[in-house]
Ligand binder design. Structure first.
Ligand code: TRP
Length: 354
């Protein structure tokens, strides 16, 4: 039994400002994975037009995600950073996957139902096909591991379903072309062209909640800017938002158990823990029994210490668009070389003449 070569792939949409939730939940994980993996990080601009077609300054949005990746410590030379539309093979493989996936599979996606709302007939066809493009993003590199938030789990299950159906439907051609790999799916041996992607959900802070309501996720679409810390916020703004963050009147508990039923306290302690690479229990062993009036200034100091160098580097990069564009272009070329090889093999497996 052989195995696919491990490859980490993830994508972030260029819509709206990046906030602390994106940083702690995704980007910091991307940074940590670099040490031991081959990684590809993609600004998924093709996905950004599925829910809303026209964007103000889409180019600027794409550059700002790339700048955030690099300012946070992603190395675009050892790994690959690029924007999706620069590699047409994503859309090409997505078309094939549109013919592999069934309409029923797409209709069951909770994110589609949420985003389409009541007027489903009027959603774009692209929004329905979104998960098929996402599967193509990963599988055009035969990616194996995908760091994402838990809201993307269902999309990754669909990517596995697509890979499995392709592997089974084209089994004989995969063998005939000599492009497959023998893997186990459960205890079932499968001769596979595409790997079964694995989500990597765990992490220091998979869910960062709103500063105004500890039961809602921190989100770029929340109308109140006080609900989130943006990666481009300056120290004063971070300080104001944390000071105004909703809390309850109790002191902090000494143990993590005591955070149950106190979503705002849990969120702020969780943010402190993630920013300092400590556990919540460890943070509470220091701050247990103290009031928020003591804890909040400590959290402000920590957040500013961690975020301000990133913000400064992001601003510097954003001022030098030629440099960012060169990084994306170089990443795009290296990504395309890999994707072209996959598409040549996929075309051969399907039986296209080219
Ligand atoms: N759907 C993902 C999100 O909204 C973004 C995304 C697109 C993605 N393609 C991907 C994530 C491929 C991981 C792998 O968060």
């Amino acid at each position: 039994m052989t195995a696919f070569k491990p490859l980490v792939f993830s994508g972030v949409q260029p819509t709206g400002n990046l906030h602390l939730g994106n940083y702690l939940g995704a980007i910091r994980k991307f940074v940590a994975l670099q040490a031991d993996n081959d990684c590809i990080y993609c600004v998924v601009d093709l996905h950004s037009i599925t829910a809303q077609l026209v964007h103000e300054d889409l180019k600027g949005q794409i550059r700002s995600i790339a700048a955030a990746f690099i300012a946070s410590g992603i190395d675009p030379e050892k790994h690959i950073v690029f924007n999706q539309s620069a590699v047409p093979q994503h859309a090409e493989l997505a078309w094939i996957f549109n013919c592999v996936a069934r309409i029923g599979w797409m209709n069951r996606m909770t994110q589609f139902k949420d985003k389409a709302g009541k007027d489903r007939e009027n959603a774009s066809l692209g929004l329905l096909a979104y998960p098929s493009l996402m599967a193509a993003d990963i599988l055009v590199y035969r990616g194996t591991h995908v760091p994402v938030g838990d809201d993307q789990k269902q999309h990754l299950e669909l990517a596995r379903d697509i890979a499995m159906k392709f592997n089974l439907d084209f089994r004989d051609n995969i063998r005939a072309t000599g492009t497959g790999v023998d893997i186990l799916v459960g205890d079932e041996p499968v001769h596979a062209y595409f790997p079964m992607v694995e989500p990597m959900i765990e992490g220091p802070a998979p869910r960062v909640m709103s500063l105004r309501d500890g039961t809602k996720k921190m989100s770029k679409s929340d109308p109140s800017d006080l609900s989130r810390i943006n990666l481009m916020d300056d120290a004063e703004t971070i300080s104001k938002k944390i000071r105004k963050a909703k809390t309850d009147p109790e002191a902090l508990p000494s143990e993590a158990e005591g955070l149950k039923g106190r979503p705002e306290a849990e969120n702020l302690v969780g943010i402190y823990a993630a920013l300092s690479d400590r556990s919540k229990a460890d943070v509470l062993s220091e701050f247990g029994g103290q009031q928020f009036s003591t804890f909040k200034p400590a959290l402000v100091d920590l957040a500013v210490t961690v975020l301000s160098p990133i913000t400064a580097e992001m601003r510097r990069l954003m001022d030098d668009t030629a440099h960012i564009d060169a990084i994306l272009r170089n990443g795009g070329e290296r990504a395309r070389a890999r994707a072209e090889k996959t598409m040549a093999e996929v075309s051969d497996i399907i039986g296209f003449l080219r």
